[in-house]
Write a protein that binds this ligand. Structure first.
Ligand code: PLP
Length: 371
């Protein structure tokens, strides 16, 4: 089978599993056990991984708060920011549901919220952001890289506008970490997920810039771990795996090669299916994202025909069981029918050209079939 769904989740990067194994078996003390040497050893390993994560994004290690993933990190910022007030919130129309849903919850609790629209490639209009910012200080939540169409916002420019207006910026960087495309110096809060970037599932981080710490209150309560922001025993093996993944992120050349393989896939898909349209992309986009809209047919039907040989997806995992057109595809101007004809291929850092060529042939045959 061929796996081209790396934006949903990816395999562990080389060395990550080996780094984790001792902390599942021999070295299993609680990292918060500060009285004995076995606890110190686990704590030291967790702190080393905290340093590796901080280094990958240009933060300081005391700004890294471990979470269970980007979903939790997004909720911590959006629900915990000026928790007892009703802050003004600004976001975009193409955020992940783990941003959209807590923002709706804040709106229900009295916050004024503005949702910025995007252009046909998935980019916000900076003058619309400026206008939204002019009505007072706010928390702005903008994803670095989109999970469905790969588009990458201009975070440095957005940060400048936010800070100029006295607002703080939260960046969901779950899809930017895999290609080392996030710089913590711009944002006040950054959400990260390990499993999109060669690390294990079930761990992530919220980077909280030191100057922004006072704005954030916890949303769960317990033993006070993680600076009181995220209590609970840390999953030491997962933290270690996350750190190891951050230490082996791809360099520029590797990212360029990754992008070339994805572009090759897009070319082959276009050659297989006349009238195929590629969505998103643009400067700094996710190197593995190839979102395509079929000229006819139905994405779910084509994907089903490809089972169990080829793993691709529609990009927005439908968790409710109620089919609905992707809000991201609708936001870039696709009608419901075109959204339902759209498939996300996501090439991985280690996907071979041979797999790409075979996947394109299989896909072409499945898409051309009438029954
Ligand atoms: N944000 C974005 C942009 C994502 O793509 C994902 C992954 O589905 C998440 C957040 C959620 O990440 P996690 O699985 O770590 O909760």
């Amino acid at each position: 089978p061929i796996y081209l769904d790396h934006q949903a989740t990816s395999e562990l990067a080389p060395g990550v599993l080996d780094a984790m194994i001792p902390f599942f078996s021999d070295v299993y003390a609680n990292p918060h056990s500060s009285e004995h040497a076995q606890g110190w050893r686990v704590s030291d390993a967790v702190e080393r991984s905290r340093t590796q994560i901080a280094a990958a994004v240009g933060a300081d290690s005391d700004e890294v708060i471990f979470t269970s993933g980007a979903t939790e990190a997004n909720n911590m910022v959006i629900l915990g920011y000026e928790r007892d007030e009703a802050p003004t919130l600004i976001t975009t129309a193409i955020e992940h549901k783990s941003v959209i849903a807590p923002i709706r919850e804040r709106a229900r609790r009295g916050s004024r919220t503005t949702v910025l629209s995007v252009d046909g490639r998935g980019y916000i209009d900076l003058s619309a952001l400026e206008l939204a910012l002019s009505s007072g200080a706010a928390l702005v939540s903008v994803m670095a890289v989109n999970n469905e169409i790969g588009s990458a916002q201009q975070i440095a420019v957005i940060a400048e506008l936010c800070h100029g207006a006295g607002a703080l910026l939260h960046v969901d960087a779950a899809q930017a970490l895999p290609f080392a495309a996030i710089d913590a110096s711009f944002a006040d809060f950054i959400s990260l997920s390990a499993h999109k970037a060669g690390g294990p599932k079930g761990v992530g981080a919220l980077i909280v810039a030191r100057h922004a710490r006072g704005k954030l209150s916890p949303i769960i309560f317990g033993g006070g771990q993680e600076d009181g922001l995220r209590p609970g025993t840390l999953p030491a093996p997962l933290c270690v795996g996350f750190g190891a993944a951050c230490a082996t992120l791809p360099d520029r050349d590797e990212v360029a090669d990754w992008r070339n393989r994805a572009d090759r896939l897009a070319d082959l898909l276009r050659a297989e299916v006349t009238g195929l349209i590629r969505n998103g992309g643009g400067e700094g986009a996710h190197p593995g994202n190839v979102s395509v809209t079929l000229p006819a047919g139905d994405a779910d039907v084509v994907i089903a025909r490809l089972q169990p040989v080829l793993a691709v997806s529609t990009g927005s995992a439908c968790t409710t069981g109620i089919p609905e057109a992707s809000h991201v595809l609708r936001a870039i101007g696709l009608d419901v029918a075109a959204a339902d004809r759209t498939i996300r291929f996501s090439v991985g850092r280690f996907t071979t050209l041979a797999d790409i060529e075979r996947a394109a042939r299989l896909f072409g045959a499945a898409a051309r079939r009438n029954t």
